[in-house]
Ligand binder design. Sequence first.
Ligand SMILES: CC1=C(/C=C/C(C)=C/C=C/C(C)=C/C=O)C(C)(C)CCC1
Ligand SMILES: [Fe+2]
Length: 306
Amino acid sequence: MTRTASTPVYSAASAAAPVLATGAALAVLALGLPLAGPAATLGACAAILLFGLPHGALDLRLLTQKAPVARLALYLGLATAMLLVWRAAPVMALVLFLVMAVVHFAEDWAALDEPFLAHGLAGGLLAAPGLLHLDELHGLFAALAGEAEAALLGDALRLAAPVGLALALVGLAALVRRGEQALAAATGAALTGLVVLPPAVGFALYFGLLHSPLHLAAEMPGEAAARRRVWMGAILPMTGLSLLIALALARLETRPTVGETAIAATFMVLSILTTPHMLAPRLIARLEVLRPKLGGDTPLVRRTRR
Ligand SMILES: CC1=C(/C=C/C(C)=C/C=C/C(C)=C/C=O)C(C)(C)CCC1
Ligand SMILES: [Fe+2]
């Protein structure tokens, strides 16, 4: 799709899903139904994996376009390194995961052309649950790292939340000013969800209905037959493989309850795959300068979507 500078990156139709789903979840909460219980948390974990993993699976297509063996080795090496950090120093792994997430999620607002506000939006989104859901954050982080000490990171998010959310509001206003109304609406819905809804549910809505579709839309070929080939040849097999890794992690990282084990497996697999998902394209782009054979002319680093 060719776009001019004034065409928004995100259509009103795309924004409908996150806005309506967040509205529905808020209505469910207002009716007093338990969205923080074990069933809702398990559902949120399943949604995060099913709707979120496909966008990372597209990496495979990009990675195998040139020097596939070297690029895959780099990808698997980075993923393994993150797995080892989880096993050796889980609290440190969680800190790295949060920092990587801010840098990676900021790409969702590349259209702003304001890196500071884009990082503010990403940071505000991740810190948002600290405002009203501190106890749940403590529980989620302790379950994820398997160490009570990790709960302290919940306090760090609470401290960051007011400034993060203030920056996010400025970012929202900037999106509207740039004519990105649909992206602003979807982002506003995601921010509301992460402030008000239980954290796992709020994150599932942002990740599955805004982050993942944005990335898929930016990388997918336009032609229908090519899109089908990408779904069948890369996205479905890689999503399946990632689900298997999540299951293996669930067996390796058992926690006192099923919900806690699901949280640990879900977010660990996300972080393990996120490490190469965000670092491999950047490293390959840098290596390209040094060793043209490994790099190449593939636009591996996601460009600003303008
Ligand atoms: C664990 C956890 C959180 C952090 C999640 C992160 C950091 C996810 C990053 C995912 C990435 C980077 C995916 C890439 O495509 C929240 C939402 C603060 C609160 C709920 C528990
Ligand atoms: Fe991503």
